[in-house]
Design a protein around this ligand. Structure first.
Ligand code: HEC
Length: 259
C-alpha cells in the first residue's frame, strides 16, 4: 500500500499545479462587458444636470408590457373576457400570479371562440372605441393606415396591397364585395371578406361585422401571416387606424355611392 501512496502523491501535486496554472487563464476569459460601469436604481449620477441616473422615459416610447394591462384601451378585450382569460385580479403580491393550464391556457390565446353577435354569447372583444373618435383622429388613422397597413391590405382595404405581388400571403379583404372591378380574384376558402381568425373557431363573420376589439388584438399581437405591430404603433393610434378601416368599410356599403 505504501508504494501506491508514494506513486500517487507526485501525480496529485502535478494536477494541483496544472489547475493553479490554469486559473489565471480562466480569469482572462471573463468578458469585459461584465465589468462595465453601471448605476443602481435611483443612484445619483453627476453626468446629468438633474443628477438622476434613472432617466425619465422618452415621450412617445411604446410600452412593451401591454399584456399586463387589463384596460380595454390596451387589450381590445372586454373586462369580463380579460378576467376569464387571464384571471387577472390585481394581485396583492407580484408572486400571486397563477400559472395557466388546460382549458384556461387555451382561453389565454385570446381568439374569438364565441360569436358575440348572438344573444347570450359571452362578449370577447369591445365593440366601442375606448375614446370618442374625432375628425382629427380619423385623419391620423388614415395617415397611419397608409404608412403601416396599405402596403399589404391596399389603400382601400381590399387586401390588394403591393406586398403579395411578390409572393406574400394575400390578406383578408375588409369588404365582402369587390371594391375595384380590376381587383384580382382571390381564392379565399372562407369567402370574400370573411374573417379567417373567426373561421378558425367555426364562426362565419364578415370583417365589417368583426368587433373593433378584434382588429385591435390583431394589430397588437399579429395574426397568422401578419406580424404584430405593437412595437411600432402606440395603442391610441391603433384605435384611430381601426376607425379609418371602419370608414373604408362604410363608404363601400353606403347606398347610392358611386358604382
Ligand atoms: C406585411 C403585410 C401586412 C401588414 C403590413 C398588415 N397586415 Fe394585416 N394581415 C396580413 C395578412 C397576410 C393577413 C392574413 C393572415 C392569415 O390569413 O394568416 C392579415 C390579417 C389581418 C386581419 C385579420 C383578418 C381576419 O381574417 O380575421 C386584420 C384585422 C388585419 N390584418 C389588420 C391590419 C391592420 C389594421 C394593419 C395595419 C396596422 C395591418 N393589418 C398590417 C398582412 C399584413
Amino acid at each position: 500500500m505504501a508504494t501506491s501512496h508514494h506513486a500517487t502523491t507526485p501525480r496529485l501535486r502535478l494536477l494541483a499545479l496544472a489547475l493553479l496554472a490554469g486559473l489565471p487563464a480562466l480569469g482572462g476569459c471573463r468578458q469585459k462587458m461584465a465589468d462595465q460601469p453601471y448605476y443602481r436604481p435611483l443612484e445619483q449620477a453627476d453626468f446629468f444636470e438633474d443628477k438622476r441616473a434613472s432617466r425619465p422615459i422618452e415621450r412617445g416610447t411604446v410600452h412593451r408590457a401591454q399584456y399586463l394591462e387589463s384596460d380595454p384601451i390596451a387589450t381590445g378585450l372586454t373586462q369580463e373576457e380579460w378576467d376569464r382569460t387571464y384571471e387577472y385580479n390585481v394581485p396583492a403580491k407580484p408572486d400571486q400570479f397563477v400559472a395557466l393550464e388546460g382549458e384556461k391556457l387555451k382561453r389565454a390565446v385570446g381568439a374569438p371562440r364565441y360569436d358575440q353577435r348572438k344573444a347570450g354569447e359571452p362578449k370577447v372583444y369591445v365593440e366601442e372605441y375606448p375614446f370618442p373618435i374625432t375628425q382629427a383622429d380619423l385623419k391620423r388613422g388614415e395617415e397611419r393606415y397608409t404608412i403601416y397597413c396599405a402596403v399589404c391590405h391596399g389603400p382601400q382595404g381590399n387586401g390588394q396591397g403591393k406586398i403579395w405581388e411578390r409572393g406574400y400571403l394575400i390578406p383578408t379583404s375588409f369588404h365582402t364585395q369587390k371594391v375595384d372591378a380590376k381587383e384580382a380574384d382571390v381564392k379565399n376558402p372562407q369567402g370574400l371578406g370573411i374573417s379567417r381568425g373567426y373561421s378558425l373557431w367555426g364562426q362565419t363573420i364578415p370583417m365589417d361585422q368583426a368587433p373593433v376589439g378584434y382588429y385591435f388584438e390583431v394589430i397588437t399581437k399579429g395574426y397568422g401571416g401578419m406580424p404584430s405591430y405593437s412595437a411600432q404603433i402606440p395603442p391610441d393610434d391603433r384605435w384611430r387606424i381601426i376607425a379609418h378601416v371602419r370608414r373604408l368599410q362604410f363608404t363601400q356599403r353606403a347606398p347610392g355611392g358611386k358604382k
